[in-house]
Design a protein around this ligand. Structure first.
Ligand SMILES: [Zn+2]
Ligand SMILES: [Zn+2]
Length: 143
């Protein structure tokens, strides 16, 4: 049963992902405008895990909730000291899933991407992710 650890930059917040299998996590890139803003870079990179797999082991993140422009509330959790973005989830997924910011894992290589969303909004200089990756033209990133 793999357990992955992660934290914010200053380590005031630490967490564990307790997975039955690495395949229980689904990492995707998202090129939507919302993710560009939230992540402060040209795409968002999150791993979808079940809510029960996420365990906060230290600290308490600050929550920001806002309508993402489609009438759905998106919740984002941050460290209120160093500002690191830890995870997000939409209103519809609230009871089931957490989307972990992959860069907050102590070993981000543990969860390579399986697909991409909103590829039309991919930065012009950025290549597609090779391998098994698929491009989904879905709007429902948080479901
Ligand atoms: Zn921090
Ligand atoms: Zn997005």
């Amino acid at each position: 049963m793999p357990t992955l650890t992660g934290s914010c930059y200053c380590r005031k917040i630490e967490y564990e992902l307790r997975l039955n299998s690495i395949d229980d996590a689904r990492t995707t890139l998202c090129h939507c405008q919302n993710c560009k803003k939230a992540f402060g870079t040209n795409y968002g990179l999150t791993a979808k895990v079940s809510k029960d797999a996420f365990h906060l082991t230290k600290g308490q993140p600050k929550e920001h909730a806002a309508d993402n422009g489609s009438g759905v509330s998106i919740y984002r959790h941050f460290c209120d000291i160093c500002g690191s973005f830890i995870l997000e989830f939409g209103e519809n997924a609230k009871q089931q899933f957490r989307y972990i910011c992959v860069g907050s894992l102590d070993d981000p290589e543990a969860l390579p991407p399986k697909g991409e969303f909103f590829c039309k909004s991919r930065a012009s200089w950025m290549p597609e992710i090779p391998g098994e990756s698929q491009c989904w033209m879905l709007g429902a990133v948080f479901n």
